[in-house]
Design a protein around this ligand. Structure first.
Ligand code: VG1
Ligand code: CO
Length: 545
């Protein structure tokens, strides 16, 4: 074992979802090592059974530097005295699969190597996230302790050992640590097979139902080939871009209508398949499409919640509750009310759902950022969402568009968009939010966009399970007619600042309206309140999702 002297990096505070930086930042000498040692120091403080009796899980989305970082982590895990490390073959594990492995193998936690939907490559992005024993992202108190360790680090532990063969399953000893290369598909597939009725889904494909799944050259390729084509009998070619590439083929593996444009186009031509879907870099996000039809993530969450009990065996006994992040549309709230279950509102980031699920308070949860999931793991889960939709379509025997329109007919529609302004300068962007925050107290009661502001605040969340408080989670402006404007800065970016403006308007109009027309006054109002043009010279968002 070797003890290596090091000096702290000052920029290793985890954001919404772990530490994300430019790949070259991670490639600096000791950068990965420092962060991982800080994680291990934090883990050790909680390992009452002794770290030598604990299992650690390691895997990533296959992006550039995934393998190199994995080799470093394995050597450090051995030097730090973990009993066992489970690592995905080829160092691959999707984010929900890491969660599944942690839970099924009773591991103490796991490291996920991913920058999610951000592009990959030496000049793109990389990331490391730590998940705790319940399989979910480390809560804020834990990531804050990691950060404190990064600031005080003077050494890290490693061993001298050549790179380990990650291309074949098997095990070997490194010092006193057993390193096991596992099949990345096994545990995850087993979890899904327990939830869904694979026979029904096989019958759906046998009846001629056609789907196109875009893995975006990222980690879900192998999972999708195995589950959709091999196990469920979808025809060969259903999965496209199914081989993980270190640079995701040069694309953003971000499953929205802009970055999955090829799939969207394919769904909009004559003879299109019945169903289209895509997942992001690390397999936790999903895009759901029908023929010529886009399902917003907020509607998808509401619809999965609405149909879960009747369409999916794993939820046959009903749902304990639902949850959504604050900026996510309120469509699921109305379904929860109809089902007579509670709907929780949390800050952005999956880590906030963990306590609710552990305490048995919520079963299904989701975010507007194309993330949906349930208590089968503690991460959002893209392939799970696709299986939910297949189950709903098999059960209702309707098209995607019909299912959504039925919902709008019954519940009304939350017209919803997110406008992202990327590449802003960090200082003036922060100032802009700060200034809006200080104006909030005077806004209540004023007229905007044809209605009146009933509440204007910076969202603060008190976790109902452990009482922890997370403040400053996004500015929200609620109007009397049920409309909302929400503004916050992204916590996952790697360059400058990204402003996210979320607008929502609820109408009981069976969904017949034109979304741009319905939302235009709110979009305009948000820009005015922020003084976006005056401060940052920007009128138009980089991307609308
Ligand atoms: C974004 C999304 C958030 C999501 C997070 C991680 O965070 O808004 O909903 O949980 O990404 O998703 P932010 O702070 O940039 O808005 V993933 O698929 O990147 O792990
Ligand atoms: Co992701």
């Amino acid at each position: 074992m070797r003890t290596i002297k090091t000096t702290p990096f000052k920029d290793q505070r985890p954001g919404t979802s772990g530490l994300r930086k430019k790949t070259r930042v991670f490639m600096q000498p000791n950068y990965v090592e420092n962060f991982v040692q800080a994680v291990f120091n934090t883990v050790r403080e909680d390992a009452t059974q002794g770290i030598e009796n604990e299992t650690l899980v390691v895997g990533g989305d296959g992006r550039f530097y995934n393998r190199e970082a994995t080799q470093k982590i394995l050597r450090m895990a051995a030097a730090n005295g973990f009993g066992r490390v489970l690592v995905g073959r080829e160092s691959l594990l999707s984010t929900p699969a890491v969660s599944a492995v942690i839970r099924r193998r009773s591991a103490i936690g796991g490291l996920v190597l991913s920058a999610s939907h951000n592009p990959g490559g030496i000049d793109a992005d990389f990331g490391i996230k730590y998940n705790v024993r319940n399989g979910g992202p480390a809560p804020e108190a834990f990531t804050e302790r990691i950060y404190q360790h990064t600031l005080n680090l003077s050494e890290y532990l490693t061993v001298d050992h050549p790179d380990i063969d990650l291309d074949h399953e098997g095990s070997l000893r490194l010092e006193n640590t057993e390193i096991v290369v596992i099949d990345p598909l096994l545990d995850y597939t087993a979890v899904l097979a327990e939830l869904f009725d694979f026979d029904t889904l096989r019958a759906l494909f046998q009846s001629g139902f056609r789907m196109r799944f875009d893995a975006m050259h990222a980690v879900t390729g192998p999972y999708a080939h195995h589950i959709f084509e091999q196990l469920l009998g979808a025809s060969a070619g259903t999965v496209i871009n199914g081989t993980p590439l270190v640079d995701f083929g040069g694309h953003h593996p971000d499953p929205n209508q802009v970055n999955a444009a090829e799939l969207v186009a394919h769904m909009n031509v004559a003879g299109a398949p019945d169903f289209g879907a895509a997942c992001d870099g690390d397999g936790d996000r999903n895009l759901i499409l029908g023929r010529n039809f886009f399902v917003t993530p907020g509607d998808s969450l509401a619809l999965i919640t609405e149909h879960a009990q009747s369409a999916i065996p794993g939820y046959r006994s009903g749902l304990a509750g639902a949850a959504r992040s604050m900026p996510t549309s309120t469509a699921v709230d109305r379904v929860a009310a109809a089902l007579d279950i509670r709907c929780y509102e949390t800050p952005t980031g999956w880590k906030f759902f963990g306590n609710l699920m552990d305490a048995g308070r919520c079963t299904i949860c989701g975010e507007e950022s194309f993330g949906t999931g349930s208590n089968h793991v503690r991460e959002k889960d893209g392939v799970w969402a696709v299986l939910c939709w297949l189950s709903i379509l098999a059960h209702t025997r309707k098209s995607v568009a019909e299912v959504v329109k039925d919902h709008w007919q019954q519940f009304g529609r939350s017209y919803y968009q997110r406008h992202d302004y990327e590449g802003l300068q960090a200082a003036p962007a922060t100032q802009m939010i700060d200034d809006l925050r200080s104006k909030l107290a005077t806004l209540s009661g004023t007229q905007v966009a044809g209605s009146r502001i009933t509440l204007a605040d910076d969202f603060s969340y008190t976790d109902p399970v452990d009482g922890s408080v997370s403040g400053r989670q996004g500015i929200r402006i609620l109007l009397e007619d049920g409309s909302r404007i929400v503004c916050r800065l992204s916590g996952t970016g790697t360059e400058g600042a990204t402003l996210r403006v979320y607008v929502e308007r609820y109408l009981k109009d069976a969904g017949e309206g034109n979304i741009n027309d319905v939302l235009a006054p709110l979009v305009e109002e948000a820009r005015n309140l922020l003084e976006l043009r005056q401060r940052l010279g920007r009128d138009e968002p980089t991307i609308i999702t």
